[in-house]
Design a protein around this ligand. Structure first.
Ligand code: FAD
Length: 263
């Protein structure tokens, strides 16, 4: 996966912060040095004003605009810190640590690829789509959510040039009724794909990893773990590897080759 760059603490200023879908917020913030340094698939750790907890909140990003000096994040309202984050107004400032971890990678001459996001796994997958577009790699996209009102990212995938931007919902209120793996089975049946990039619930990524292994398609997964220190010291975010060892999600990940992970 792409090499780790040095983590620093930066001040960030909120530019926009608004609902993006049911239970999801979209924030654009200004942090020019970080926006130029961070790579698709890496993440940041946010200090949230007004949240009592001492731990920072790890979040991926959908788009870092080096020219504008801004970063776009999409986050679910989960507990106290993410709810407090949603109350930050334009102009408010706080601190963010990053760029953290290792992001997505693209090979020279890579063939047609697929990006797959499930739920709040969509933001780093949109960042992967941009990486592919920037490297001239053709791709298709699949985004899954429980229901239409919880979906985010399909428009972004189309704008980035996805050949197909498929949507699946568990209840059939948008796109195909079913799971992302149902849509993936159809795409893989064509036998034309080189690499799959995915982020979402562990059970979804496990299914995708197996389908890719069976189809001989390489697969990168962005793993999510509870994180405490975020610099590899506390072992909170360990990921079990297929060879019996452990790797830290915060330093070695969050992006791993799916073949390396013990599912
Ligand atoms: C590498 C990485 C990238 C992520 N990217 C995104 C993203 O782009 N969008 C998004 O909506 N969510 C993302 N998450 C999940 C997000 O970090 C949690 O939803 C968030 O920490 C919940 O905090 P809270 O205080 O609102 O909730 P609470 O449940 O009250 O959390 C309390 C504390 O527990 C820890 N924690 C809780 N849930 C998680 C979790 N799932 N992962 C890691 N730590 C957790 C945090 O340290 C948090 O401060 C990501 C997680 C990781 C590890």
């Amino acid at each position: 996966m792409t090499p780790t760059s040095k983590v620093h603490e930066y001040e960030f200023t909120v530019v926009e912060n608004e609902p993006a879908a049911e239970g999801l917020y979209r924030m654009v913030f200004s942090a020019p040095v970080l926006a130029a340094a961070i790579r698709p698939g890496q993440f940041m750790n946010f200090l949230v004003p007004g949240a009592k907890q001492i731990l920072r909140v790890p979040l991926s990003f959908a788009h870092a605009d080096a020219e504008a000096g801004t970063i776009e994040i999409i986050y679910a309202l989960v507990g106290e810190a993410t709810r407090a984050l949603s109350r930050m107004a334009a102009g408010e400032k706080s601190s963010v640590l990053g760029p953290s971890g290792n992001g997505w990678s693209v090979r020279e001459g890579q063939g047609r690829s697929i990006v797959i996001g499930g739920g709040v796994g969509a933001p780093p997958v949109v960042a992967a789509a941009r990486l592919l577009a920037d490297n001239g790699v053709a791709f298709d996209g699949i985004l899954g959510a429980q229901a239409a009102e919880k979906l985010w990212g399909a428009e972004a995938l189309s704008e980035l040039g996805a050949g197909q931007a498929l949507v699946t919902t568990d209840d059939g209120t948008a796109g195909i009724k079913g799971f992302t793996t149902d849509a993936l089975a159809e795409l893989l049946a064509g036998g034309i794909y080189d690499t799959v990039y995915t982020c979402g619930p562990q059970v979804m990524m496990r299914g995708i990893a197996k389908m890719c292994a069976d189809a001989g398609v390489s697969c990168q997964v962005s793993m999510e773990r509870m994180m405490s220190c975020t610099f590899g010291a506390c072992n909170t975010c360990n990921v079990s590897m297929a060879d019996g060892t452990y790797k830290s999600c915060c330093m070695d990940g969050p992006v791993f080759d799916a073949k390396e992970v013990a599912w």
